[in-house]
Every structure is written in C-alpha cells, then in structure tokens.
Write a protein that binds this ligand. Structure first.
Ligand code: GCV
Length: 712
C-alpha cells in the first residue's frame, strides 16, 4: 500500500473515532454490536401522503439505513417476511384489515401500537395509530427498540401518553440571548426567518417528536410584545409550518401590557372593553397565520412583569380575558403561578398558594395554571409545591427546569430524571395516601381532561444543542417522563446512553450509575440538608451565601439560610412562617417535627441548633461538613469513573466530558469551601480534623466576580 493511501486510511479511522460532535443527539442510528434485528427487517411500506407520513417514511429510511448499514428497500406490496408497515387504518387498507382495531382503541388519539402480525403468510411488523402523528411516535419508538437492542421478534406494544400537553418552554429573547441558557444563543434566527429555514428547525422537530413533545413556547416568559406584531408572526408561522408535520404546536408568551406597548391603548386592564377587543383581534390575526396555534403562556405580576394586579384585577381576570379570545379557536392559556412580591412580607414560599388557592374554580375551562415543581425556584432539591393538591377545580400543569440554572449550569453533569421523579412521586395526600403529584397533573385525581408538563428548555446554538454532552439526557428525560411518568430514571438513563453512546453492558452499567447518582452528589456539595437559594446573585453561578445587600429581601441568600449564632435554616413550622400549613396534614407530617423531619429537607423547614444530633450521630455542624466534603469527593470520583469509560466513547465527547468533570470537581470544592467558611463564622466550630483545610480564605471566595457569566 502506498504511503499516501495508508495515511488517508489512518486519518479517516482517526476522524471516525473522534468525529462525534453530538449534533445527532440520541438519533445517531449507528449499527449496534448485537444486530439480531437484521433478520426481522427486510423493507419498509408506508402509506398515506400527509407531511407527517412523509416524516415517518424519512425517519424509518434514515434510521433503518443507519442501523442496518444498507440502503433500505421500500415495498409497495407484502411480498416477503420482515416488512415494516406504517400507517393508520384510514390511510392503509392493509392496516385496516389487519385485525388490530381493539388495540388501536386502546392507543387513543396520539398513541401507537407496534405488533408482529401475519399478513397473508408473511410475518410483518405493523406500526400504527389512530392519527398520523401516532404512527410517527410509533416509528420513533420502533427505532428506539432497535437502537437499544430490545428483541423485536414478537412485538406487542400499545403506548399512549399519560399527559396531553408535553412541552418545552424556551426562555429565548428576540435578540437571540437565552435567559438561563448555557448552550449558546437561541436557535430561532429571527433575522433570517421566515425566508431561511435552518436544518436545525427540522432536526429540533425530529428530536422532540422522537420523545413525544408536542408543544413549544418559542419565547421567554419575560416577554417582549414585539413577537405579537405582524413581521414576527410571519416568522412564527414559518416555524409552525416546519413543526406541524411532527405534531408540534407553537405557543407564544403574551406580554400583558401588549395592548399599551404595541396597540396604542392607554390601559391593559383585562376588564376594559377596548383591551378585550384588542386581544380578540390579535388572536384572530394570529390564527390567520397559524391555524393550529396552541395559545399563550403568561408570566404576570411576577419579577417586574405586568399583569392584571396592576389594575386591581385578579390572575383569574387576566387569564380569563385571554382565554375568551382564544376559545373560539380551541386555543388555551397557560398562566404561571410563579408569583411573589417584595411588597408582601409573607415567606416567599407561601405567596403563590395564597394568591391562587382562592381562585380555584374561577378560571375558564381553557386555562391551565402552570406550577413550578417547588415553591421557591427550581432548587437542586425542593419539597413539592403545596399548590399540587390544593386546586382540585383547576388543571395544574407541571413546570420543570431542564436548563440547569441552579444545578451547575453548563459545566456540571447532573441528570435530572431523579429530580423530576421525586416531585412526581411525592404524595400530596389530597385525597388520602397515594395522591401523588403525578396523579394531580395527569388529571386522574380530579378528572381534568386538560393535562400538561412543561420543561424550561436547555437548547441553544451550540453544535451539540445543550452545551454539556450529558445535558441532552435532561431534554430526553423530560419528554419520556411527560409521555409516561411511571418510567424509572434508570430506564431513561439507560435508553439515552444506549442511543447516544454504546450498548456495551460494561459501559451502560457504569455510566448509568454515574448519571443516577449525579443529582444527589450535586445537592450534597452545593445545597445539603435542605439549604437553598445560596447561589451567586443575578447570574446564579457558584456559591454566595453571604449576599445580604439586595433591595428585595427575598433575593438575598441570607433570607433563606438564616444562619446565626444559634443555628441555621428557615423555620417554616407554626412557630415560624408556617408555610407547612399549606400542605395536607399527612404530607406535612414528614417534615413538621424537627426530630423526625426527613433530613434531606431539614433546613428547608427548620432553624436547627448547631449541636443538634443528626441521625448519623454527628452534630448538625459536623454533618454539614460531612455532606459538603463527601459531595466534593464524590464529584472527584465521577471524574475518575469517566476515565474508565474511554474505550467506549468517541474521542471528542470523551474529552469534552473529561474536561467538564474536572471543572465540576473544582467547582464542588469551591462550593464546599465557600459555604463552610462562611457558615463557620456563625457556628464558631472547627472543620473536623480529618478533612483537608480550605486552601483559600472566605474573603477570597467573596471577592470572586463573574460579570460575563452566561444566561442573565
Ligand atoms: C424567566 C427565576 C429565574 C428567572 C426566570 C424566573 C421565572 O427567577 O432566575 O430568570 O425568569 O425564575 O421562572 O419566571
């Protein structure tokens, strides 16, 4: 072999090993080691000519060609075994006559079935649903079975989503910055839309459809009324047209003061007739561009946003006005319950409940109230929000944060499925034991037909979409749990790892363990024992428990930890703010007594003396040291464990993750040292001798500045 040929060969091998930049997400369709599926698949037969069925055909072609490493044959007749037939009973006589009607009945409007069936004497795989989008979800699921090496010899799957609206909320601004975004700029290029359709928009839709996401709010809840003007609606239409075949509806954030800011009115009072007409007209206009527009997401009277309370009206007045405008088009209003005010002296924890519970039953049927998983703000660990279980007459939508604002942002590997699951499985005791938050939001508790889960997106213009290669898993987890909240975090982690990296069991065992422990580790080195909201001001990057000089008291970390010479923690019992009274008695029972309180949330609910005896036998101060030191040490172990996985991971992503885990370890030590040195000024106790002493002073940590931290 000539030297140049050899060189080219070596170079291409090297490039192949190192060429994974993460753009393909979990839709890589690389052939797996164990290709038993080969013998069961010979061709594809799709029926129907809708854009959605075209997407089905394209995805099956792309997926199977990749997985089988051969150009896939498209068949028009069932003339051999192993044909994958995809379609609805309406578009395909084959499917209509296949005897699967009872199964399809179970699949509902958006669900799918995947079954092995004899058609004549040929053994085929049928992917079907009652709608084209159901078939699309089925096609993605079928590919997932192959990607994760599940047996496909005899299939009998019926799957239907447990939640109706499965959404991403983008906090994307029109200038393309992303609030709390750590993966570059917004993927919506408003400047080149509507004429230029970036391939990313299509790949975004594919990725979402593959995990069942069916709604996207394109714009930040801190809203800009410009999005509702004609030139921008034309751009939104272009995106909606791209997403429609993938079953994704577009929603926008509505700035409550839009009638004043862009409509020239003097007021935005929801009971003012002119204002009502302005919205009615605006909504009509939107539907001329986007006939299946989903509706509005609204943040009102929160953190400086305008809202109905500016006119002495209630949240229900505001939501209902928009709901009335949307109702003729079957649009909905998603009204956020994330409200708190610095003028209200009540514990911030209590304010949303106080505002919203009296309004239960006063919202129109096309209004959902969107509630964050906890009452403060997406903390690494929060008890579930007391509104879950307290508004039976109102459909409540869950809001999770997929972007890692308080969870290490772009540099920490923190798998969020365990956090999501913890909230969903919490028992609200609304109707006695077993009244989980999941049952509240899937509508089964109170019989609501309108149900939803939203996740604040972690997507940006970075080549791999999410910044940290493992942050993709959080997008994936949101979709999978929204489809089926009974899936375990382990199953989700393993699926994602198999599709994104490798099916090698040695890799899966170690990497999934690493993912599953990661959130606990992060809590341990940053917010142990129920500490919360002690991060840096404004950018929220790193620790700053000492901050006490912001105008709004509830923006200061000292408001939350309340450390003093006697102890640390927020007393939310009857002798304190009594936020605990907002939970049903059985739910609060696990927290209200300091002696028996679940220690994971101890300082969330109690002000605890420094020498309080913990279950470990250690004093509270020693336990705090133990948790911080153990958390930081475990972060170091995550980095070391990753090194053992090098044989299974392409060079590029291996190195990215290696560098990030090194940063994570250093930042875990930063959290540990900064917090302990600061809390020590109150506890006046020594860090136990067995631990290495912090190498820097508290003054050093206090002096750190991050003027250009992303996401502000
Ligand atoms: C979009 C927190 C975040 C804000 C965010 C707000 C919200 O306060 O720090 O960036 O604003 O939550 O959810 O509305």
């Amino acid at each position: 072999m000539k030297r140049t040929t050899l060189l080219i060969l070596c170079l291409s091998c090297f490039l192949a090993a190192g060429a994974e930049n993460g753009y393909d997400l979990w839709l890589r369709y690389k052939p797996s080691g164990n290709q038993t599926y080969r013998q069961h698949i010979t061709a594809v037969l799709t029926t129907g000519s809708s854009p959605t069925m075209k997407a089905v055909r394209d995805e099956l072609t792309r997926g199977l060609s990749g997985l089988l490493q051969t150009a896939i044959t498209h068949s028009t007749a069932v003339n051999r075994d192993g044909i994958v037939i995809a379609g609805t009973p309406h578009s395909s006589p084959l499917i209509h006559n296949a005897g699967i009607a009872p199964l399809l009945q179970q699949a509902g409007e958006e669900g799918f079935i995947i079954v092995t069936k004899k058609i004549g004497d040929k053994k085929c795989i049928l992917i079907s649903g009652n709608s084209d989008v159901g078939v699309l979800y089925g096609a993605f699921h079928f590919l997932r079975l192959l990607q994760t090496e599940q047996p496909v010899e005899q299939l009998h799957i019926v799957s239907t989503p447990r939640i109706k609206l499965r959404m991403l909320n983008h906090w994307d601004n029109l200038d393309r910055t992303v609030e709390r975004g750590y993966a570059g700029f917004s993927i919506w290029n408003w400047h080149t839309l509507p004429g230029y359709i970036d391939q990313r928009y299509i790949d975004y839709a594919r990725a979402n459809a593959s995990i069942g996401i069916n709604g996207t709010v394109l714009t930040n809840v801190n809203a800009n009324a410009t999005i509702l003007t004609k030139p921008y609606l034309e751009k939104v239409k272009a995106l909606a047209d791209v997403f429609r075949p993938y079953g994704i509806k577009v929603y926008l954030t509505a700035r409550f003061s839009a009638p004043v800011e862009t409509g020239g009115l003097k007021t935005a009072d929801p009971l003012n007739e002119e204002v009502r007409q302005w919205w009615t007209k605006k909504v009509k206009e939107i539907y001329t561009y986007i006939p299946d527009f989903g509706g509005f997401l609204v943040k009102a009277n929160s953190e400086g946003q305008p809202g109905p309370q500016d006119y002495q009206r209630t949240h229900a007045d505001g939501a209902n006005m928009l709901a009335d405008a949307l109702a003729p088009f079957s649009g909905i209003v998603i009204w956020r319950a994330f409200v708190y005010s610095n003028e209200n002296p009540a514990d911030r924890h209590k304010q949303a409940y106080d505002d919203f519970v009296p309004l239960d039953g006063r919202f129109r049927p096309n209004v959902m109230v969107q509630v964050k998983n906890g009452a403060i703000d997406f903390m690494p660990r929060e008890p579930f929000h007391p509104l879950f279980g307290a508004m039976p007459k109102t459909p409540l939508m869950m809001e999770f944060q997929v972007t890692q604002e308080y969870l290490g942002q772009g540099t920490h590997l923190v798998f969020l499925a365990p956090l999501f699951a913890e909230t969903l499985q919490s028992d609200s005791y609304q109707k006695g034991p077993g009244s989980t938050v999941a049952k509240v939001i899937d509508g089964s508790m109170d019989g609501h037909p309108l149900t939803g889960i939203a996740g604040v997106a972690n997507i940006g213009s970075d080549i791999n979409w999410c910044g940290h290669p493992f942050a993709q898993a959080n997008w994936y987890a949101l979709g999978r749990l929204a489809w089926d909240h009974t899936l375990s975090s382990k199953q989700i982690a393993e699926e994602w790892l198999r599709m994104s990296y490798s099916n090698d069991e040695r890799f899966i065992g170690t990497a999934s363990k690493l993912m599953l422990e990661s959130r606990d580790i992060m809590v341990q080195y940053a917010n142990p024992i129920g500490l919360h909201h002690i991060m840096g001001t404004s950018h929220h990057y790193g620790p700053a428990p000492w901050v006490n000089d912001l105008n709004r008291p509830e923006w200061n970390p000292v408001y939350y930890h309340r450390a003093d010479s006697t102890g640390i923690g927020f007393n939310r019992t009857a002798t304190g703010s009594n936020a605990l009274a907002q939970y049903h008695p059985e739910a609060r029972a696990r927290w209200e007594n300091m002696l028996t309180c679940d220690e994971k949330n101890l300082l969330w609910f109690h002000h605890v003396p420094w020498d309080f005896r913990m279950k470990s036998g250690r004093s509270l101060w020693d336990e705090l040291c133990y948790q911080y030191y153990t958390g930081a040490e475990r972060a170091g172990k995550m980095r070391d464990t990753w090194q053992t996985l090098q044989p299974y991971v392409d060079r590029q992503r291996f190195e990215q993750v290696s560098m990030l885990l090194q940063i994570q370890h250093e930042e875990a030590i930063w959290w540990r040292n900064a917090c302990l040195l600061y809390f020590q000024t109150f506890s006046k106790r020594l860090i136990p001798a067995e631990y290495e002493k912090p190498s820097k002073t508290l003054e050093y940590y206090k002096s750190l500045q991050f003027p250009f931290a992303p996401g502000i």
